[in-house]
Ligand binder design. Structure first.
Ligand code: F6R
Length: 246
């Protein structure tokens, strides 16, 4: 696991973009694993800026996202499909038919099987972008989740609902369930970039870097991945120096 501590979110996102760009330039048909949330926003803006300068094309790129809230359809502004369309896809030359987000509505068993089939057909992500929850979740694999699970429906933990309520009018509007890729599929990615910015992530980064693997802290399994770069800003990394992990 390579750790990069950036001055701030801006410079951390630039480093992430350089890594991503290198991978995409090597393979114009790359499969890109994407996350939602606040963490990748600056990275996505850098992708758009560079595309608009004519430096990149996403014409032959395929993407899949980690997760979706159960009960929200693509027209709901809080859904992750809506988020991805508005924040990223509509600003690139990507074919929307080549972008995939788990289906949050309809029969869940069917949606799960369909997504696993899709992941199998597309093959492992050439590069997977990850954020991390303050409780150590990756995608919506909450504490205690079996590392061997593939796509599944999960109950969101109280802390995730509380963290995500900042993006809703009030906490009661936050969906309580999500359909998420499992850790097994995430671990199959050829390369991973995990970003973490801000004070709220300092405990999570400290635990991740401690190297102890335990499903009570789902992200800890990433210590077993062969090609992962963790990029965090000074705030998110502050406990590492305080508690002397480097
Ligand atoms: C989002 C996802 C989540 C987020 C995590 C951090 O698709 O899978 O694991 O990466 O909840 O969220 P932010 O970036 O909003 O702090």
């Amino acid at each position: 696991m390579e750790l990069i501590i950036s001055t701030d979110e801006e410079s951390g996102s630039k480093i992430a973009y350089e890594i991503l760009k290198e991978t995409l330039l090597k393979n114009e048909q790359a499969v890109l694993g994407l996350a939602t949330g606040t963490t990748p926003l600056k990275l996505y803006q850098l992708m758009i800026d560079d595309y608009q300068k004519g430096n990149m094309s996403y014409k032959n790129i395929k993407t899949y996202n980690l997760d979706e809230y159960v009960g929200l359809d693509e027209n709901n502004p809080q859904s992750y499909r809506y988020f991805m369309n508005k924040i990223l896809f509509e600003h690139l030359d990507i074919d929307l038919n080549n972008t995939f987000v788990p289906n949050g509505i309809g029969n869940q068993e069917v949606s799960i099987l369909e997504y696993d089939k899709l992941l199998k057909n597309l093959g492992p992500a050439d590069i997977q972008i990850l954020g991390i929850g303050s409780n150590g979740h990756i995608a919506f694999n909450e504490p205690g989740t079996d590392f061997n699970l593939t796509t599944h429906v999960t109950e969101l933990s109280k802390s995730t609902i509380k963290d995500n309520s900042r993006l809703f009018n009030n906490i009661n509007e936050v969906p309580t369930k999500a359909i998420t890729m499992g850790i097994k599929s995430i671990m199959e990615s050829k390369q991973i970039i995990l970003m973490a910015f801000g004070k709220n992530k300092q405990e999570a980064i400290y635990q991740l870097l401690s190297g102890k693997i335990d499903n009570k802290f789902p992200a800890s399994i990433l210590n077993n991945h062969q090609n992962i770069t963790v990029i965090c800003d000074k705030e998110a990394s502050s406990l590492l120096t305080e508690k002397k992990i480097d």
